[in-house]
Design a protein around this ligand. Sequence first.
Ligand code: TQI
Ligand code: ZN
Ligand code: ZN
Length: 169
Amino acid sequence: HYSTFPGTPVWPPSRLDLTYAFSPENNLSDETKAVFLRAFQRWSAATPLNFSETTSFYTADIKIGFFRGDHGDGEPFDGVLGTLAHAFSPPSGRFHLDADENWVITGDISTSSVTSAVDLESVAVHEIGHLLGLGHSSVEEAIMFPTISSRTKKVELASDDVLGIQSLY
Ligand code: TQI
Ligand code: ZN
Ligand code: ZN
């Protein structure tokens, strides 16, 4: 079953149109940005929320960046595997990914020869769940289940994720 954070923080009902931006120093490719777009679309399809990219990083509701090691928020990344990414509950909007991971942004990850390959879209869908107010789920098929098998792509919301997000929005 899904969970929420203590106190059930959500984006206010008056804020159904949320903006996101990528850290300018990351210089991400359009292909990488498209992965995040698809991940946001999975949640907007199940809710009244809409997400749009803005180039104005400092005013964006959701700020996405790849960082390595200690990046100034007291929750340092740890190199390959271990922590992959973290996102904070509403209305923080902070979404950080570990730049040291072997991110896979395209193709069939199950056939990757890199044992530590991590599917970016799967992690993005999971972290956006946290950004919107979902905690972890006990349902293994759910996006919000707290573990994922290596070299696995899991990007489709399970009914448990949909029930969870629809309880919030
Ligand atoms: N990052 C953890 C996560 O997002 C960070 C975390 C631990 C956390 N406990 C939390 C965030 C409680 C919010 C609330 O779950 S992670 C997975 C999964 C991670 C793990 O790097 O371990 C995914 C990131 F589910 F596959 F294990 C993304 Cl998809
Ligand atoms: Zn961080
Ligand atoms: Zn999580």
